[in-house]
Design a protein around this ligand. Structure first.
Ligand SMILES: [Zn+2]
Ligand SMILES: [Zn+2]
Length: 385
C-alpha cells in the first residue's frame, strides 16, 4: 500500500545523552534532539497484517496536526522541531476515521463495515498509571504516527480497544463521507475536552470562557465552551482567517492579541468580574499566562493545553487573592472522552464543520503538511481515495 513515510537520520546532538532505553528501542524521547534531515515522501509500505485482537481499517480521512508540521519544519541545524517521543522511519498521521474491513478472530465489538475513529495513544493497560486509570500517562506508550505507522496511508491495523464507532454521526448527517470527515476531528477535539472537562473539571453554565489560540485545538475548545453553556466565549488569535473560524464555531468576541492587551479586554467585557475559565491553546504561555492572571475571576481556572518547553513567569499572589487554580493536561484517552465528543457531534450541539478548510488526496499529503505550516487554516484533511 501507499503511505506518507518520514525518514530521518539518527544523529543525537552533542549535548544530548542517549539513554540505554533509547539505544535498545531505537526510539527518541526528545525527537528534536536526535532526528536530523527529515524526508517526507508518499511511497510503498508493507501492508499491515492484523493480529487476533486487531481490526484492519480502510482509512477515510486523516487530519494534519501541528506536530506533523513540526516533522516537516527543521531548525537551522536540520533537526526536526517536534520535541516528543518518536521512532523513524514510520508513516505519519494520527487524527483519523476509517471503515473496518477485516476483524481478527478474537475481536468482540467490531465487524466489517463499521465506521470508527481511533485513539492516537496506544496505552498498554498494564503499567501502574494505566491500572490506576490514567492512560494519558502510560509508561509504555506507543503513538500512532509517531512511534508506529500512522494514518496518512491506505490502511492501518489497530487493536479494537482503541476504536470508537462514529455511526451516530453518519445517522445525524445522512452522509457517510461527511461523517468520516467530522469523525477525523474527534482526536484533536478530545484533547481539548480532556483538558477542559476531565482535568480542569469544566465550568458552570453561564461562566465566562476565554480561549488563547485558535488553531484546531483552540477552535475545538471554543466549540466545546459554547456547547457546554458558557455565558460568553472570547478568543484571541493572531491570524485573521482563524479569528473568523473562531467566530463561526461559537466565539462571541475575537481579538488579535498583537493589538490589544487580552487581560484588560477580558476585565472590560466582564465588567470587572474576570473570566471563570481560561484555556491556553496557543503554546506561548510566557505571553498568555501573565494576561490570563490579570483576568482571573474568583474561583477562576486556567488550563494549559499548548505545548511549550520553557519556564513561564507566574504571579502566584494572583492565584491566592482570586482563589484560582491552574491545570496541566495532555492526551485524550480514557474518562469517557472519545464517546462524549462523538455524542456532542452526533447531536449537532458541537458543529465543527467550518474548521475543515481544505482536503487533499494521499498523493498530496506533503503539500497538505506544507500548507498547514502557513497556520492560516483550521483543519486540513488527507483523504486516501
Ligand atoms: Zn494531533
Ligand atoms: Zn500503560
Amino acid at each position: 500500500m501507499k503511505g506518507l513515510v518520514l525518514e530521518a537520520r539518527w544523529d543525537p546532538r552533542p549535548d544530548y545523552t542517549v539513554s540505554d532505553w533509547e539505544k535498545r528501542t531505537g526510539k527518541a524521547i526528545t525527537g528534536s534532539s536526535v532526528w536530523r534531515d527529515p524526508k517526507l515522501e508518499v511511497k510503498e509500505w508493507a501492508d499491515p497484517a492484523p493480529g487476533p485482537t486487531q481490526v484492519l481499517l480502510e482509512i477515510k480521512a486523516c487530519g494534519v496536526c501541528g506536530s506533523d508540521v513540526h516533522f516537516y519544519e527543521t531548525d537551522p541545524d536540520g533537526y526536526i522541531l517536534y520535541p516528543g517521543l518518536t521512532h523513524f522511519p514510520t508513516i505519519l498521521g494520527h487524527e483519523f476515521s476509517a471503515r473496518v474491513s477485516e476483524a481478527g478472530d478474537e475481536v468482540a465489538t467490531l465487524v466489517p463495515g463499521d465506521m470508527v475513529t481511533v485513539e492516537e495513544m496506544i496505552w498498554c493497560g498494564r503499567c501502574v498509571h494505566c491500572r490506576n486509570g490514567y492512560p494519558n500517562h502510560c509508561l509504555h506508550l506507543e503513538e500512532i504516527g509517531f512511534t508506529i505507522p500512522g494514518a496518512f496511508a491506505e490502511r492501518i491495523a489497530v487493536d479494537e480497544k482503541y476504536c470508537w464507532k462514529i455511526d451516530a454521526i453518519a445517522e445525524r448527517l445522512g452522509d457517510e463521507e461527511k461523517a468520516y470527515e467530522l469523525g477525523a476531528l474527534t482526536e484533536p477535539t478530545s484533547v481539548s475536552y480532556n483538558a477542559m472537562f476531565e482535568r480542569a473539571g469544566g465550568f458552570r453554565p453561564g461562566h465566562y470562557v476565554a480561549v488563547f489560540g485558535a488553531g484546531p485545538i483552540g477552535l475545538a475548545a471554543v466549540g466545546l465552551a459554547r456547547a457546554a453553556g458558557a455565558g460568553m466565549v472570547v478568543a484571541f488569535e493572531v491570524m485573521p482567517e482563524r479569528r473568523e473560524l473562531a467566530r463561526q464555531v461559537g466565539a462571541d468576541h475575537v481579538y488579535d492579541p498583537a493589538t490589544v492587551a487580552p487581560g484588560d479586554v477580558l476585565m472590560e467585557l466582564s465588567k470587572g468580574a474576570g473570566f471563570d475559565f481560561q484555556v491556553e491553546a496557543a503554546g506561548v504561555p510566557h505571553l498568555t499566562v501573565p494576561e490570563m492572571e490579570k483576568a482571573l475571576a474568583i474561583n477562576g481556572k486556567m488550563v494549559q493545553i499548548g505545548r511549550a518547553a520553557r519556564r513561564v513567569p507566574m504571579y502566584l499572589e494572583a492565584f491566592q487573592v482570586r482563589r484560582a487554580q491552574a491545570f496541566g493536561a495532555q492526551g485524550h484517552s480514557g474518562h469517557e472522552t472519545f464517546p462524549n465528543v462523538i455524542r456532542l457531534v452526533a447531536s449537532g450541539r458541537l458543529d465543527l464543520r467550518p474548521i475543515i478548510t481544505a482536503c487533499y488526496g494521499l498523493d498530496g499529503a506533503v503539500e497538505a503538511i506544507a500548507r498547514s505550516g502557513e497556520r492560516r487554516d483550521g483543519k486540513i484533511l488527507v483523504k486516501p481515495e
